[in-house]
Every structure is written in C-alpha cells, then in structure tokens.
Design a protein around this ligand. Structure first.
Ligand code: NAD
Ligand code: UDP
Length: 327
C-alpha cells in the first residue's frame, strides 16, 4: 500500500478505536486532573461544567488539544452528546461551597444523576459516579467498609451534600437493576493536590495557604478529629481503573489513602514542610463534623489492583509547590 495511504489508515483506525469520554465537573479540582489523564492516553474528552466552583483556568492548558472540548453546562438540565463513557463529577465538594447554596447542591446531585443516567441509558454506555465517604456520615464503624450503611444526619447543614450523594447512589443502583445500565460507584475519601481552590475552605488548602502567608493555622475543635488524605494522581488512577473494570464491577468501592491523621498532625506536617512559624489557633467545630474517617480499601485492591502510591508528606510537598506559585 502507498505510504500516505498507510498513514491515513493508521490515523483513522486509532480515531475509530478512540473513546469519547464525558467528564461532568471537568473544570474542577479532580475533574481537571482526570481530563488531563484521559487525553494523555489518547481519549477524546468532553468536559461539561457550569463553573460554580471550577474554572476555565484549570483546563486552559488543554484548550489547544483538538481532542478536548469544553462545554458550559449545568447538569441539573439534560445534556445531549454522543459519548462512550461518562464520569459524573459535577458537584461542589468543599463544605463552604456546598453549604452556600444547599438547595442547588441537592439538585446537582439528584437531578445531575437523573440526567446523566438518562444519557447513559439512551446511549447504553457505562457511567461512573463520584460518590463520597460522606455517605458514611459520622461513622460508628472504623475503618469504613463499603458494607457499612453509615450514620448520617438527614436535616443538618451537611445533609444537602451527604443525602444528595446517597440519593444519587440509590438512583445509580436502581438504573442498574431496572434498566441494566453499567454503573461504577466510587466512594471518594478526602483528596488533595494542585488546583484545589485556595479559598475553598478545605483543610489541606486552608492550612497550606495560611502557612505560606504566615497567618494563623485554624484548627476547628480540638484538632483530634481524623481524616485520611489521598493525593489526586492516585485518586484519578483509581477512577480510571474502576471505569475500565469488568461490567460486573458496580461498586460501591472506597477510593482513598488509608493513612489516618489528626488535624493537629496535618498542621504540624504543613508547618514543617513550609518552614512556617504560623501559630495554631482554635476555632469552633462546625456542626456534624465527622470525628474520624479512614477507608478500608481491601475491595479496591482486590478488584482493581489499586493502592495509593503517594504518601502524605510527598503529596503535601507537591501541593505546597503549587500553592507557593498561586498565593
Ligand atoms: P470541585 O468543586 O473542585 O469540582 C466540582 C466541579 O463541578 C466544579 O468544576 C464545579 O464548577 C462543577 N459543578 C458544580 N455544580 C455543577 C452543576 N450543577 N453542573 C455542572 N457542573 C457543576 O470539587 P472536586 O474536589 O473536584 O470534586 C469532584 C467530585 O468528587 C465531586 O462530585 C465531589 O463530590 C467528589 N468528591 C471529592 C472529594 C475530594 O476530597 N476532593 C471527596 C469526595 C468526593
Ligand atoms: N478543618 C480545620 N481547619 C480548617 C478547615 C477544616 O480544622 O481550616 C477540619 C474540619 O473541621 C474537618 C477536617 O478539617 O474536621 C476536614 O475538613 P474538610 O472541610 O477539608 O473536609 P470534610 O470535613 O468534608 O472531610
């Protein structure tokens, strides 16, 4: 065959076998890293976002890529696109942001799930839901396994997020049972890394920005509450493995780093890594703040061959390097 013809065949063949992937919330912190990785492996990416907490800046570096498309869209409304897979990440994740407009938060989780599941049903394609460790509420079982049903306040200030995500899980499993949709539900534990919003109020971004600015580090409550922090690259790897797993794997699957730290330990690590002299100051503990959080990731390890690779201090160092340029 003529050389040019061969090249044309190669290009067309790879274009045909390439996946077209929708990432809702793709201009957010986790979504932007996911879009980047999907493009890196050759997929086409449609990123749909209403820029409520995300920003074009998070995906500026992808805009020149002909395989990347950015669409302003609110997932509480139906979306008509032709794709092969959906990652449904659209939803504010920081307590400050999701409590700012709680009705919209519940609508985003609930109507967003209905609309994206409708899309998956029409196209008969797999869909992954970014669920959360918040479905366990203030857990009585520690570490949290997927078969624990949780301890969630249905009427508190965190409920718009927690119950919205729980209802979305219900919808995913009902669409799976009723309409035979291939679903993948990931229960994501606290994730951190570059491109977190400096003002989104989450603990890692707060502590790093405060330390870099020489401000007091705000410890809510006595700082003995624990969280387990997963570096964003590890999470994205877990999400992609889950999406690519066998159709029989529905989840829910915990994705998080089992390393568990108190907020005092986190503050000390941030102070040491930034060389900051910031003082720790106590602030009131927000209501319904979970006392402890640690994922049991046995299912993710056995099913997806996934374990996080980035230890807290290494991930913090990379995150500090990023924030040092933006604050
Ligand atoms: P983020 O706030 O940075 O990103 C969320 C994105 O969704 C933003 O770009 C935002 O503009 C967009 N969005 C919000 N409402 C929307 C709507 N109605 N329509 C379209 N887009 C909308 O948060 P993140 O940390 O990147 O979280 C991504 C997903 O992962 C969320 O679903 C979150 O609940 C889940 N999650 C994250 C964590 C974490 O620690 N980062 C933990 C558990 C679960
Ligand atoms: N937190 C804190 N200081 C801050 C921000 C948060 O001590 O400046 C605490 C917060 O009370 C919670 C933990 O850090 O116990 C994690 O908070 P984040 O908002 O990051 O996530 P979530 O509570 O949703 O796990």
């Amino acid at each position: 065959m003529h050389e040019t013809g061969k090249m044309w065949m190669t290009a067309r063949t790879s274009a045909w076998s390439r996946k077209r992937v929708l990432v809702t919330g793709g201009a957010g912190f986790v979504g932007s890293h996911l879009c980047e990785k999907l493009l890196e492996r050759g997929d086409e990416v449609v990123c749909a976002d209403n820029f409520y907490t995300g920003s074009r800046h998070n995906v500026y570096h992808l805009l020149d890529n002909p395989r990347f498309e950015l669409v302003r869209h609110d997932v509480t409304f139906p979306l008509y696109v032709e794709v092969d897979q959906v990652y449904n990440l659209a939803c504010p994740a920081s307590p400050i942001h999701y409590q700012n407009d709680p009705v919209q938060t519940t609508k985003t989780s609930f109507l967003g799930a209905v609309n994206m599941l409708g899309l998956a049903k029409r196209l008969r394609i797999p869909i992954l839901q970014a669920s959360t460790s918040e479905v366990y509420g203030d857990p009585h079982v520690h570490p949290q396994r997927e078969d624990y049903w949780g301890n969630v306040n249905p009427i508190g200030i965190r409920s718009c997020y927690d119950e919205g995500k729980r209802c979305a899980e219900t919808l995913f499993f009902d669409y799976h049972r009723q309409h035979r949709i291939e679903i993948k539900v990931a229960r994501i534990f606290n994730t951190y890394g570059p491109r977190m919003h400096p003002n989104d109020g989450r603990v890692v971004s707060n502590f790093i920005c405060q330390a870099l600015r020489g401000q007091d580090i705000t410890i809510y409550g006595d700082g003995s509450q624990t969280r387990s922090f997963c570096y964003v690259a590890d999470l994205v790897d877990g999400l992609m493995r889950l999406m690519d797993s066998d159709a029989s794997v529905t989840g829910p699957i915990n994705l998080g780093n089992p390393g568990e730290f108190t907020m005092i330990e986190l503050a000390d690590a941030v102070r040491e890594l930034t060389g900051s002299k910031s003082r720790l100051v106590r602030m009131p503990l927000p209501s319904d703040d979970p006392k402890q959080r640690q994922p049991d990731i046995a299912v993710a390890t056995a099913t997806l061959g996934w374990t996080p690779q980035v230890a807290l201090r290494e991930g913090l160092a990379r995150t500090i390097e990023y924030f040092a340029k933006v604050v």
